[in-house]
Design a protein around this ligand. Structure first.
Ligand SMILES: NC(=O)C1=CN([C@@H]2O[C@H](COP(=O)(O)OP(=O)(O)OC[C@H]3O[C@@H](n4cnc5c(N)ncnc54)[C@H](OP(=O)(O)O)[C@@H]3O)[C@@H](O)[C@H]2O)C=CC1
Ligand SMILES: CC(=O)C(=O)O
Ligand SMILES: [Mg+2]
Length: 645
């Protein structure tokens, strides 16, 4: 056996950042075991050497006779559109090599396994002969095979499990499949199916994903972070599981959300999978079913609150900064609103933090509204907004609309807020309720008599835009939609709550009850609807449009703090991606098919704004930020492995 550090290509820093699964292999298997190095390796100029696209094509066409390994060209860097994934690292070129075990262990390492795509030469070089059936198939064929495999399942959760299984076996194939079939597979790895997966998380997973930090680890969180095998982390998505989609407190089982969001960071935004870290903070759960379930995987105690909660979170935030530095992005996801706003407020000036439910959602909805104005006319200031739901998503969106309107009109924020109304579980938010309101609702308490029912609020406020962020399914009733349609020629109706079961109305209901006049989008996807012989394609208003590109923009520019203007920049970039063809179909969001291109534009716009505000630390500023963003993106094509001499 040769230890990983004996690889002559490995510099000290590369050793620190490399994955070595040698230890596991030693314990588990007695198969031949040696160190191999992956191309890329470094040429003398410090640039990364990769196989050329032409050579990759040759491999595809002639899988049984791979070209000589010496035929390599320089790649990576800004010219290499979607070519390599190194540019999101801290230095422009990071000299690294990775050591992996060969043989049986290599096949069981999801980061490096290629399955039947291992070439004849690789099979010889890496002790794989006999461990695989004799056929060699290219990655493209593997993708075709896998999509057929996923499609054979009728039950969404089975499709989800097939995808997770693939992710655990062959990471690059997982991402290639997801990228190439993004419209079809997004509802499988993300909402709505991820909601059901979280509900059943404890029983469907054989192998833990991500990092669990519970109250038991108090005082030792830095130690726990150091147990994670990757060192160069760029994005952490963290939840405490208290508000998972619209499904409530799922405790430790909320882990499905950070895992799913981070797979979108990679597939949609091109952030390297090894730079992504899903974390669940387990402070207990108030979900009685879970507390009484002997198979529940989390802490069986009621949720810690107050000082105990704050101390654990503070230790976590400090440990993250200590371990990964100032520039790691921490995305808060699906915290309950009584913690979410406070955490964002507390850490926004000391850490690079972003709350997806408050800020990402706001940015995506503002983009959809700006696009919708092209269909309905007028400026933001000409419209009146009514929300069902005044929590993270509702007040986050409301605040960004107000900010943008105020910038456009030079009117004070307090003045423009008066055009925006919110309804919570107790009715319309009005000034007579102000004393008892949570702090994030107070700015929305306008003078009005109390109104209890949504339909009455619609008839009294006469909104042009109705937005559902209540987490309560079927609350946009026939009466409500008909009222919107009687007030507006083209009512804008957004049912943002997830998963599908919690959507305020279905696409079919929105079109049917508005006689085909609604401009509709929903948080979870609905299939196209036919109404009176006309096809309607509903859009998906989901923060998945924003956070991957937004995060990439922060990372590639080395931005150290999130500023509201960055959210506006992301929003503007997304709205600009809606084409005439999309508008003709009534769409206010572009299709997800082009999401990597969209993400590159969002990233560029966010980075440009960060440079303008002096928040970006990566200097000099690249000239063409879109190209730079594209060059930073991870691509899941297999790499050629070569043996160490
Ligand atoms: N499409 C997307 O990208 C996103 C969608 N969402 C979805 O939005 C929903 C809400 O999330 P979030 O804002 O974080 O949750 P919060 O818990 O912060 O807010 C929920 C709000 O809905 C109100 N509410 C609950 N029941 C009713 C009811 N019957 N009538 C009127 N209002 C009601 C609550 O009222 P009260 O304050 O009185 O309790 C609260 O104001 C979830 O389903 C989530 O999945 C969230 C983020 C992004
Ligand atoms: C989409 C999302 O972030 C949510 O529903 O919570
Ligand atoms: Mg969320």
């Amino acid at each position: 056996m040769i230890s990983s550090s004996s690889c002559s290509f490995l510099s000290n820093s590369a050793v620190a950042g490399s994955r070595s699964f040698c230890g596991g292999a030693r314990k588990g298997h007695s198969s031949p075991f040696r160190v191999v190095c992956l191309a890329p390796s470094n040429d003398r100029n410090g640039s990364v050497v990769l196989d050329s696209p032409a050579k990759k094509e040759q491999i595809r066409n002639e899988p049984t006779s791979p070209p000589a390994e010496e035929e390599t060209v320089s790649s990576g860097g800004p010219q290499d559109v979607y070519g390599e994934d190194k540019a999101t690292e801290d230095q422009f070129v990071t000299p690294w090599n990775v050591s992996v075990a060969s043989g049986y262990t290599l096949l069981r390492d999801p980061h490096f396994n290629k399955g039947l795509a291992f070439t004849e030469k690789e099979r010889d070089a890496h002790y794989l002969r006999g461990l695989l059936p004799p056929t060699v198939i290219p990655q493209e064929t593997q993708v075709k095979k896998m999509i057929q495999h996923v499609r054979q399942y009728q039950v969404p959760l089975q499709k989800y499990m097939a995808m997770m299984d693939l992710q655990e076996r062959n990471e690059r194939l997982f991402y290639k499949l997801l990228i190439e079939h993004v419209e079809e597979l997004l509802p499988v790895v993300y909402t709505p199916t991820v909601g059901e997966a979280c509900q059943k998380y404890g029983s469907i997973f054989m192998r833990p994903q991500g990092l669990y930090i519970s109250l038991k680890e108090k005082g030792r969180i830095l130690e726990v972070l150091r147990n994670w095998p990757e060192k160069n982390i760029q994005v952490i998505v963290v939840t405490d599981g208290e508000r998972i989609l619209g499904l409530g407190d799922l405790g430790c089982q909320g882990m499905g959300i950070p895992v799913g969001k981070l797979s979108l960071y990679t597939a949609l935004g091109g952030v390297r999978p090894s730079a992504c870290l899903p974390i669940t903070i387990d402070v207990g759960t108030n979900n009685e079913n879970l507390l009484n379930d002997e198979l529940y995987i989390g802490l069986k105690q009621r949720r810690a609150t107050g000082q105990e909660y704050a101390e654990l979170m503070h230790e976590f935030m400090s440990a993250v900064k200590q371990n990964y530095g100032e520039k790691v992005l921490i995305q808060f996801e699906d915290f309950a609103n009584h913690n979410a706003f406070d955490l964002l407020e507390k850490y926004r000036s000391t850490h690079l933090v972003f709350n997806d439910d408050i800020q990402g959602t706001a940015s995506v909805v503002l983009a959809g509204l700006v696009a919708a104005l092209k269909l309905v006319g007028g400026n933001l200031a000409d419209h009146r907004f009514l929300f069902l739901g005044a929590g993270e998503a509702g007040t986050g969106i409301a605040e960004l609309i107000a900010l943008e309107t105020s910038k456009q009109t030079n009117a004070p924020l307090d003045e423009v807020r008066k055009n925006i109304w919110l309804v919570d579980s107790k009715g319309l938010i009005v000034s007579s309720r102000k004393e008892s309101l949570q702090h994030f609702k107070k700015p929305w308490a306008h003078d009005h008599e109390p109104v209890h029912r949504l339909v009455d609020a619609v008839n009294k406020i006469k909104p042009t835009v109705l937005i559902g962020t209540s987490g309560q399914g079927r609350t946009f009733t026939k009466e409500v939609i008909e009222a919107m349609a009687s007030i507006n020629e083209k009512p804008i109706i957004l049912s943002l709550s997830n998963p599908t079961s919690q959507s305020e109305c279905t696409a079919e209901e929105a079109y049917k009850w508005s006689q085909g006049r609604a401009i509709f989008a929903s948080g979870s996807p609905f299939p196209p609807v036919e109404y009176e012989g006309k096809a309607f394609v509903p859009g998906q208003a989901n923060n998945a449009y924003i956070f991957p590109g937004f995060g990439l923009g922060l990372i590639m520019s080395g931005t150290i703090r999130v500023h509201d203007d960055l959210l506006l920049a992301a929003s503007e970039a997304l709205a600009a991606q809606v084409s005439e063809e999309n508008f003709e179909k009534g769409l206010i969001y572009p299709p997800f098919t082009n999401i990597r291109k969209i993400s590159a534009h969002i990233a560029a716009s966010v980075a440009a704004k960060a440079y303008e505000l002096g928040l970006a630390t990566r200097l000099p500023q690249p000239k063409d930020l879109v190209k730079f963003a594209e060059s930073c993106m991870y691509t899941p094509a297999y790499r050629s492995y070569r043996q160490q001499e």
